[in-house]
Design a protein around this ligand. Structure first.
Ligand code: CAO
Length: 438
């Protein structure tokens, strides 16, 4: 066992080398997490443009966008044209020297490049090939997919929104970032299995599957419907009949403890002056005292949870009369003192300014050579012996030379030839020559 102090014996994934062939959000979320755990993540980007997000939603002209910088910390960038002969030769060298290839191209793109699983496995039998795709095998496997497509296909949209309104997508990027998280778990599991088997394997996370996994409780409700109405849904108390599928539940709590979003003082002008209020059964009596309805503690219509279910609308309207007299933070303080679970609706501004999140590294300030200082979300997963240090994202091709020479051990002459071929994009396209043998 290490004798070094906690947090000073390297990082969890030290020594793991990742060929990061990801772009946009889902794949980069995954490789950023692996980098934060200490993996050496080498991001391969198309010369000239790189990851398309570098130039999307740009707020500072000429600088990498926040979309890119906030998803690509702690990585190195090499530019390579995978469709050139020399570019592919360099890629194959990367395949041989890395542990994991992560990609989220459209279905078939990696095969079209020539990097089939069979070829990769022959080059490096220990390599793990991890992919995000929109759908798993089946009728939609060839489809390109973005975040909101996945939210719709995975059951989130049909269950989000109000029962009398249209389906809604959610702000949480459960399709992209959610699937990236799933993929990261698949990769570390495959690395662990490789310790025993000595061989790599394929890891596939379909965004539809990832979203459905996060909507597990809604498939639970689908099956409960066969045995009667979903009594914790507000529509039950309102006498609105249930249809064949799990309905949209508005802001109803997904659990067995009824909850809704209530107005707080200032709601007329502040769009976030609201609080999520849960009438958790064990604290019901304290809620009654707090809102000034002590007789509800013993009244047959309110004392027990089943009696309350058809009256939730009335109950929450009464609680709201009380929450509207206080700010969301005052409601939270008053409730927390009594162990009543509530959630103030925090704006992005409030989260960005929250000192405790800065202290834990969940919100970090990062400096960047072309855009200056910006805020990012740091590693939300805290390991006590593997401390995350958030480093800025790489500029396009910033580490091309370093990777060619130090990681891939090409000689100066070979590097000159690779560059002269235009494979790294730093020279005009010239007739391609084979890379000279070392
Ligand atoms: N050098 C040369 N060519 C490169 C390259 C490089 N370094 N990197 C990528 N390319 C090529 C690919 O080979 C592919 O070419 P072909 O289509 O000719 O084979 C091409 O770039 C485009 O790849 P793509 O189809 O993946 O990109 P797209 O912008 O058209 O589609 C997306 C984007 C996200 C819809 C698609 O990649 C996809 O469905 N991915 C899987 C699901 C996913 O991750 N979605 C979430 C994205 S985050 O919102």
């Amino acid at each position: 066992m290490s004798k070094k102090p906690w947090g000073e014996d390297g990082k969890a994934l030290d020594g793991v080398k990742i060929l990061d062939f990801t772009h946009v959000q889902s794949g980069p979320t995954c490789t950023q997490l692996l980098a934060w755990f200490g993996a050496d993540v080498i991001k391969v980007e198309r010369p000239g443009t790189g990851d398309i997000t570098r130039g999307q939603l740009q707020d500072v002209p000429g600088a990498d966008s926040l979309y890119f910088t906030m998803l690509n910390h702690n990585k190195r960038s090499i530019t390579l044209d995978s469709k050139s002969k020399q570019g592919m030769a360099v890629l194959e060298r990367l395949v041989k020297s890395c542990d994991v290839l992560v990609e989220n191209f459209a279905p078939g793109a990696l095969d079209r490049m020539g990097l089939t699983w069979e070829h990769i496995h022959a080059l490096n039998p220990r390599m793990i090939v991890a992919s995000v795709k929109g759908f798993g095998p089946g009728p939609y496997e060839d489809c390109k997919v973005y975040e909101n497509v996945a939210q719709c296909a995975g059951g989130s949209a049909s269950t989000t929104g109000f029962h009398d309104g249209i389906p809604l997508v959610t702000g949480a990027q459960i399709g992209d970032s959610g699937t990236g998280l799933h993929l990261a778990l698949g990769i570390v599991s495959a690395l662990y299995q490789r310790n025993r088997t000595g061989r790599g394997q394929r890891v596939l996370c379909a965004m539809q599957d990832g979203v459905l996994n996060l909507c597990r409780v809604k498939l639970r409700d689908q099956q409960r419907l066969a045995h009667g109405p979903l009594k914790e849904y507000t529509q039950y108390g309102q006498g609105i009949p249930f249809g064949e599928a799990t309905p949209r539940a508005g802001n109803d709590s997904g659990g067995g403890q009824p909850g809704v979003i209530l107005k707080c003082k200032g709601w007329e002008t502040d769009p976030n002056a609201y609080i999520y209020f849960i009438t958790q059964a064990p604290v019901w009596e304290k809620i009654c005292d707090l809102i000034g309805e002590p007789e509800w503690k013993t009244h047959p219509d309110f004392a027990k949870p089943p009696a309350r279910l058809p009256r939730l609308k009335q109950i929450f309207e009464r609680i709201e009369q009380w929450t509207m007299t206080l700010s969301k933070f005052d409601v939270m303080n008053a409730c927390n003192e009594l162990d009543i679970p509530v959630g103030p609706i925090l704006s992005m501004k409030e989260l960005a300014e929250e000192p405790s999140l800065r202290q834990t590294g969940t919100v970090v300030e990062v400096d960047h050579p072309t855009r200056g200082k910006y805020l990012s979300v740091g590693n939300p997963i805290k390991l006590s012996d593997s401390v995350t240090e958030v480093a800025r994202s790489p500029l396009l091709g910033e580490h091309t030379d370093e990777i060619l020479s130090k990681v891939l051990k090409f000689t100066p002459r070979q590097i000159a030839e690779i560059k002269a071929s235009g494979a790294t994009g730093e020279a005009p396209k010239a007739p391609e020559n084979a890379i000279a043998a070392e």
